[in-house]
Ligand binder design. Structure first.
Ligand code: SF4
Length: 358
């Protein structure tokens, strides 16, 4: 576990683990019975593009067991747009980007949140839902961007640049958020940076997001050397090759990509922004320049759109699997805990962003 995850401890605030508070249940049968086949058939239709019919008897017992246990436990499953289609379409209750997920979870009447994503997302869910039990199926699901910076680094930046506001991307640990003035998402970063009315702003930790913001504002942006290991691998050269092969394709990129990649794109936006763009504009052929599962997940809703997949996978997101989600609900693990004082400061940075327009 890295320094960024130091604030996460699998110990409950009441001194009892989630397993002690909620109890452990027996591992359900994983046979592909006629009942399981009936219960899951409507879900198979959503993933039939990705899972051959012959493999469904392996997936379906997990899907049925998770969905039953979820009801029994009064739990809700949040799945990020980068989760695999079996998780995204068959067991998730709420899907979206990290902030959307955490905010939607505050509106549901569930005691337990199972976060299918990486651990900074689970922490954000805990910040916004302090009275709920938040579980992550694999505590090792990290993030190259979140782990590029610590709270101590932010304190050092504040000493080095006194008076310069610190805007932190939501893809960071609670420890880092707690040291920041405000958070931002890839969708609102320009607006957040300009909200201070200062000449200079520190926009951390994603260097490429900061450079992409700098191209859209007169505010001088200072940044950090953090990168998303999925988006930093895309190159302008490969996108030009796609476009030369087929000039009709629309290129849609995430702002965590290098600026020369974003410059070639027809549209750049957050994962939710990219999905909305495709659903609204229905381009016949699209190159989604982001994590590979996202195209697979939205295909079911836009069958008239053809996706070309440059396919960079996030190894951290892919740590979350159906068997681990089932174990999480059976054994009530791994529980996310954020120190309440640190959580209060981190939540303030998130809430300042949310309330920016109020
Ligand atoms: S896709 Fe990038 S930013 Fe998202 S979890 Fe993976 S490494 Fe982190």
């Amino acid at each position: 576990m890295t320094t960024n995850a130091a604030a996460i401890r699998a110990v409950s605030h009441a001194g009892k683990s989630a397993a002690e508070r909620f109890g452990v249940v027996d591992m359900p049968s994983l046979d592909f019975t006629p009942e399981v086949a009936r219960e899951t058939e409507h879900l198979y239709e959503r993933v039939s593009h990705h899972i051959p019919r012959i493999e469904w008897p392996v997936y379906a017992p997990y899907v049925a067991a998770i969905n039953r246990l979820k009801k029994q436990r009064n739990a809700v499953i949040l799945a990020h747009n980068y989760q695999t289609p079996d998780i995204f379409h068959c067991v998730a209750d709420i899907v979206g980007d990290s902030l959307q997920l955490a905010r939607e979870a505050t509106k549901v009447d569930a005691e337990i949140i199972v976060q299918c994503g990486v651990h900074f997302m689970a922490e954000t869910s805990k910040l916004l839902n302090p009275h709920k039990t938040v579980l992550i199926p694999d505590m090792k699901a990290g993030c190259s961007l979140a782990e590029s910076i610590t709270g101590a680094d932010v304190r050092l930046l504040r000493e080095t640049y006194p008076g310069v506001p610190i805007v932190t991307y939501v893809n960071t640990s609670a420890d880092v958020k707690a040291e920041s003035d405000i958070c931002c998402t890839s969708a609102n970063a320009v607006e957040v940076v300009e909200s201070f009315g200062t000449d200079r702003v520190l926009c951390i930790p994603d260097e490429f997001l900061a450079q992409n913001v700098a191209a859209q504002t007169h505010v001088k942006i200072l940044t950090w050397k953090g990168h998303c290991e999925v988006h930093e691998r895309f190159t302008a050269k490969e996108l030009v090759a796609y476009r030369e092969a087929d000039p009709s394709i629309q290129i849609i990129a995430h702002p965590e990509c290098p600026p020369e990649v974003v410059a070639i794109a027809d549209f750049a936006g957050s994962t939710s922004g990219m999905i909305d763009y495709v659903k609204k504009n229905r381009p016949p052929k699209v190159l989604l320049v982001t994590e590979c599962s996202m195209a697979s997940n939205i295909e079911a809703d836009v069958p008239d759109v053809e996706f070309l997949k440059p396919c960079n996978l996030c190894p951290h997101m892919k740590r979350i699997t159906l068997p681990k989600i089932l174990e999480s609900l059976v054994f009530m693990r791994e529980e996310i805990h954020v120190d309440p004082a640190l959580a209060a400061r981190a939540r303030m940075a998130v809430e300042r962003m949310v309330n920016l327009k109020n």
